[in-house]
Design a protein around this ligand. Structure first.
Ligand SMILES: C[S@@+](CC[C@H](N)C(=O)[O-])C[C@H]1O[C@@H](n2cnc3c(N)ncnc32)[C@H](O)[C@@H]1O
Length: 248
């Protein structure tokens, strides 16, 4: 498990992602998919610092967030005083009551690095959905991402938040030695103070990207039927978004 979302990193993540990601657009996109499928109660897995939660709360929707990181949840709770968040692992969780839609957004599926991680997550999602419930999630498309990292060994993101300038230099190692199209990701975070670059954090994690066929097969094996597959570009990655329903 990555250390990316603990301690100081949670606050840095929050500052930077608000400049990379248009959360209003993100909310509209996912909420439309929920509404098309008559979802009333929603669980967001990997709710992070609560930027989508803020939009669900503003629209007075029945929302619950789940995240592994206590530090991310602490920021989410501060941002959303009227929403509920629980600390848990997507690979093994049990809600008090099943919900109509379960979301995994923001490419949080990249942290499911073994087949067992994926199967356990899909099984937990299945058990916590109502009969007609839908599962909506995104993942990074391996077929496009791996060539991209080969052609772009260092990827630089710049962001300005609350008058502080940040730079993130990240590197994905596609050395072909890891199972399951996993990649070693390293990143250096800097602030720019008086024109000088100062390192604030080093980060490292192992992530996995998927082919569409793999995901289709995992869903089939876990009794889901795909309703929709959407090809979607995000700030740095080509992803697919899947809408699937339970087969009972
Ligand atoms: C890339 S962030 C995305 C956060 C948020 N969805 C967004 O778009 O800003 C990934 C999130 O997934 C959470 N996460 C990673 N592994 C998890 C697991 N096994 N169970 C629950 N949450 C997990 C991390 O703590 C982090 O908050």
């Amino acid at each position: 498990m990555a250390n990316l979302y603990d301690g100081k990193m949670a606050a840095i993540y929050d500052a930077m992602y608000q400049t990379f990601v248009n959360y209003d657009e993100e909310y509209t996109f996912y909420n439309n998919l929920i509404q098309e499928n008559n979802g009333a109660a929603t669980l967001e897995i990997g709710s992070g610092t609560g930027n989508l939660a803020k939009r669900f709360e503003a629209n007075k929707q029945n929302y619950l967030g789940l995240d592994y990181s206590a530090d991310m949840i602490a920021i989410a709770k501060q941002r959303n005083k009227n929403s509920s968040f629980i600390q848990g692992d997507m690979r093994d969780f049990k809600l008090d009551k099943p919900v109509d839609s379960i979301l995994i957004t923001g490419r949080s599926t990249s942290y499911l690095i073994s087949n067992d991680d994926i199967n356990r997550t899909f099984e937990s999602v299945y058990k916590n959905l109502t009969q007609d419930g839908v599962f909506i999630f995104d993942f990074i498309d391996a077929n496009r991402f791996i060539p991209f990292t080969k052609n772009n060994p260092v990827i630089v993101h710049e962001a300005e938040f609350e008058n502080i300038n940040y730079i993130r230099e990240s590197h994905w190692d596609t050395n072909n030695s890891l199972e399951n199209f996993m990649l070693e990701w390293t990143a250096q975070y800097y602030t720019i103070i008086n024109g000088e670059k100062e390192i604030i954090e080093n980060d490292f994690s192992t992530v996995r990207v998927f082919t569409l066929n793999e995901i289709e097969l995992f869903l089939y094996l876990n009794n889901f039927e795909i309703l929709k597959t959407i090809d979607r570009k995000t700030y740095a990655y080509d992803t697919y978004v899947i809408v699937a329903k339970k087969i009972s």
